[in-house]
Design a protein around this ligand. Structure first.
Ligand code: AMP
Length: 545
């Protein structure tokens, strides 16, 4: 017997309609290339989204067609988010920081018809133009007055593209399983792979993003959306904030600029922020050097890579700001786990608090999870057994877009192998120890590079730390600790190794410490172990031949 409840489709159009009607006055502030502080409202954004949908229809965009963006976080990008998906087309967000060959590959693979590009990123498109086979038109995200000069013909500004359009649009009734957006993940090997979100997956993920212990949006909050709209749908903030009426502040191209972020926090009264650890490190460095407090910031969501304890403690102790450590993947829309603290956490001894803080937390409702060994056998949730994390759920990808062959990550029917290695506590609190390919195998045992990095970066003279495995004649592999000292500091190898003593198992102690000026990052701001391994390809252990 079926229940007698309505089967209304779960579509992004309903998020837009709800936000327009109930939260139309909510302010949206953006830093763009042409305006230092642009102000608008959700009502105006949806008004312009209707004009945009008309302009896209006039340009021949049909349901299912891919419309690409190479853009920073700002109001025009938000208009594209809603107009493209709600007219039934697919918004393909591209990371401008990818290698140019990867951008060309994914534009062609996705068969993008139109591209909306930020003026700052136009030179990349000009360079790649002969290789971008499917593109019919390029729209520059600015107005006529700020159009950059370009070798490309037929360029049009966004403002003139939508200017003469009617501001009413008959949004179609969509199948909730229809594709809504597309984002490619760049693995360390092979070509990037497309994750194709649906309206249904996006709406279900939105409910999770809105849970009390999740991104934390309320109608009273002001959110600094640092996490890029070009990567994993800004962790769902571009849907969650309008859903509940949270004011959004977009830093545009200034997302990696600590001073701009600090100014926005103060001047726009920001209470919530979401981003990767490297961004928060920059913000904290700025606050430390400028001697300022990041008020009224009260909650920072951090994910994308393991957040060092030192970053979390600095937010809590110096800025009265709680940190929510989350884990996820583009393939999971992206939220997978949230590390929300239980009742009474404040009374726990500090060491126990710290031990929980560095974990990635419990699976969110809707995500099922298991850890498996090399043979695919399920491992116990005992806080000790480490295995590859597999997940499933209604906002986990079931395959990659046009891959052309079965995805290895989906080889077990109904499950997605994340490629992360983790332990699970009996109550489902997960701790990532490594990416499977970054695990250091020493004498047959695993050493967690993430744990080592976390502890090393707590040293007062260390700005950033990374650990890679280097071949070793006796142990197969041993850990090498790579350190960027804080400005003005010159820590010694002995000081750093001394700091680790007593904090880690003795046999985990790195065999050497290398000091560097900077650590290479990926296009999404994570430590690039691949690049580090290349840099240290010729490294020989002290005393070895
Ligand atoms: P992406 O799809 O590019 O966002 O990358 C997802 C990957 O980032 C995951 O598979 C993890 O390896 C890593 N990651 C995300 N969040 C965390 C976290 N909180 N701690 C450790 N690794 C993380």
């Amino acid at each position: 017997m079926h229940g007698l409840m309505m089967d209304t489709p779960l579509v992004i159009t309903d998020i837009m309609r709800h936000a327009d009607r109930c939260h139309g006055d909510t302010e949206v502030v953006s830093v763009t290339v042409d305006t230092p502080r642009h102000r608008t409202t959700l009502r105006e954004i949806f008004h312009r989204a209707r004009k945009l949908a008309n302009a896209l229809t006039r340009a021949g965009i049909k349901p299912g067609d891919r419309v690409a963006t190479l853009a920073w976080n700002d109001y025009r990008h938000l208009e594209l988010y809603y107009a493209v998906s709600c007219m039934g087309a697919v918004l393909h967000t591209i990371n401008p920081r990818l290698f140019p060959e990867q951008v060309a590959y994914i534009v062609n693979h996705a068969e993008d018809r139109l591209l909306f590009v930020d003026p700052m990123v136009l030179p990349l498109v000009e360079k790649l133009w002969p290789a971008l086979e499917s593109l019919e038109q390029v729209v520059v995200l600015t107005d006529d007055a700020h159009m950059p000069s370009s070798a490309l013909s037929d360029l049009v500004s966004y403002e003139s593209f939508i200017a003469d359009e009617a501001d009413s649009f008959d949004w179609p009734d969509l199948d909730e399983r229809a594709a809504s957006s597309l984002c490619y993940t760049s693995g360390t090997t092979g070509n990037p792979k497309g994750v194709l979100f649906s309206h249904r997956s996006t709406v279900l993920h939105n409910f999770v993003a809105l849970m009390g212990d999740s991104l934390g949006c309320t109608r009273r909050d002001v959110a600094l959306v640092v996490v890029p709209m070009f990567h994993a749908n800004s962790w769902g903030l571009a849907y969650a904030a309008p859903s509940i009426g949270t004011k959004m502040v977009f830093p545009g191209p200034k997302m990696g600029d600590g001073a701009t972020l600090a100014a926005l926090i103060k001047e726009e009264s920001i209470t919530l922020a979401a981003g990767v650890p490297t961004v928060w490190q920059l913000l904290l460095n700025h606050a430390r050097e400028a001697g300022i407090k990041l008020a009224p910031l009260r909650r920072v969501s951090v994910g994308g890579s393991a957040c060092p304890l030192a970053i979390m403690k600095e937010f809590v102790e110096k800025h009265d700001c709680e940190v929510l450590h989350a884990w996820g993947m583009t393939e999971m829309s992206p939220i997978g786990t949230l590390n929300a603290f239980p009742h009474g956490f404040e009374e726990w001894p500090e060491a126990e608090q710290d031990a929980l803080r560095v974990k990635q937390g419990q699976p969110v409702l809707g995500v099922q999870m298991k850890i498996v060994d090399d043979f695919g056998r399920e491992l116990p949730w005992d806080g000790k057994s480490a295995g590859v994390v597999k997940v499933r759920g209604p906002f986990v990808c079931s395959d990659y877009f046009k891959l052309g062959h079965p995805s290895e990550a989906h080889s077990e029917t109904g499950w997605f192998a994340t490629g992360d290695v983790a332990t699970m506590d009996p109550d489902g609190v997960m701790q990532i120890t490594d990416r499977a390919k970054d695990v250091i195998k020493s004498g047959g045992e695993w050493i967690s590079s993430i744990d080592l990095e976390n502890i090393a970066s707590g040293h007062p003279k260390v700005l950033q730390a990374a650990v890679i495995g280097i071949k070793h004649s006796k142990w197969d592999e041993r850990p090498l600790l790579i350190v960027v000292p804080r400005p003005g500091e010159q820590p010694t190898r002995e000081e750093i190794l001394g700091w680790l003593q007593g904090r880690i198992a003795r046999w985990w102690t790195p065999d050497d410490v290398a000091f560097v000026e900077s650590i290479p990052l990926t296009a999404t701001g994570k430590i690039s172990k691949l690049e580090l391994r290349k840099q240290f390809a010729d490294y020989v252990w002290p005393g070895a031949e």
